[in-house]
Design a protein around this ligand. Structure first.
Ligand code: SAM
Length: 290
């Protein structure tokens, strides 16, 4: 109770502190042009868990480098940002989108799409609301509609912290949509919580102390709540609804990717597994068979 009140007070204090910092810094920015467009605090709702200005800036920079390294080099390029939230990865991509390129952000939360439309006026960008259900993000919507997108329409796709919020049915169906809408030879960068040997190895270390690798308890990221009838998918006992965080067994994920003709060309094992890395979640770079 008191810690919640203290947290809320801290959030309120951050608003004027951030306004002051940003007004002082705006004219001094010399490289990171896109940071000028970071939405104000009340609009930064899409990136669950990392809503402070400084963490947003860090994450924008991280993905600018990672996506720039792995996106196909040919231009013009067509980019699909799945679960775009309020446009954080759009800001990472901004210095990399050329005049003839096309960027599409899609999300199940219509308010997030509205925020993107008004925050980022850009003729190269399009924002699509997909009225799919999600137990955490979109409880008022039901079903799994296909994306209003042609087959093989995109060269590059990204989904940052999106399949980590999907139950088994959504997870499978929308991975199929990735394979359908990615062109042969195209790439996708996606994050997951993958239950593998490294995860199993660290379970014994997961007491309630703070992790050395991220400022949360080591016991928070234990996936101990199986989905009924789905032995490969897990959520957390401590979460209010399963879609707060979803993990999949590595063998099941690889079988699914194989079936869909998606090959893993690069992987990053995240710090959530209590081992050093440069990102929190697991990242896969996938290529669709040509
Ligand atoms: C943790 S947020 C990440 C947002 C953004 N990628 C970022 O890193 O700032 C997860 C996003 O996935 C979206 N989402 C959940 N299920 C989805 C689905 N089936 N299709 C598209 N987006 C979905 C949520 O609405 C939310 O915006």
């Amino acid at each position: 109770m008191w810690s919640k009140i203290a947290r809320r007070a801290e959030e309120y204090a951050q608003v004027p502190a951030e306004a002051l910092l940003r007004s002082v810094e705006t004219n001094s920015l010399s490289r990171a042009f896109s940071l000028r467009q970071v939405p104000r605090p009340a609009l930064r709702t899409g990136g669950l868990g990392t809503t402070t200005y400084s963490e947003w800036c860090f994450i924008i920079g991280y993905w600018q480098a990672f996506l720039g390294t792995w996106m196909p080099q040919e231009r013009p390029i067509r980019i699909l940002d799945i679960g775009c939230g309020v446009g954080r990865q759009y800001l990472s991509l901004l210095p990399q989108i050329g005049p003839d390129d096309r960027y599409v952000g899609l999300d199940v939360v219509s308010r997030s799409i509205d925020i993107c439309r008004t925050s980022y006026p850009d003729a190269r960008a399009e924002w699509i609301h997909v009225p799919a259900g999600n137990g955490f993000y979109a409880r008022d919507q039901k079903g799994l509609p296909a994306w209003p997108i042609d087959n093989a329409a995109f060269d590059f796709q990204l989904a940052v912290s999106v399949w980590t919020h999907m139950g088994p049915a959504d997870f499978r169906f929308y991975l199929g949509e990735v394979a359908r809408t990615l062109r042969p030879g195209g790439r996708a960068v996606m994050t997951f919580f993958i239950l593998d040997e490294r995860y199993a190895e660290t379970l014994a270390e997961r007491d309630d102390g703070e992790s050395h690798l991220y400022p949360q308890s080591r016991s928070l990221w234990i996936f101990d709540r199986p989905f009924p009838g789905e032995p490969d998918f897990f959520s957390r006992q401590k979460a209010s609804v399963p879609e707060v965080a979803v993990a999949i067994r590595e063998t099941a994920l690889h079988a699914l990717l194989n079936e869909l003709g998606l090959t893993v060309v690069h992987r990053v094992s995240g710090t959530w597994k209590e081992r050093p890395s440069h990102y929190f979640q697991d990242i896969l770079v996938l290529e669709r068979a040509g």
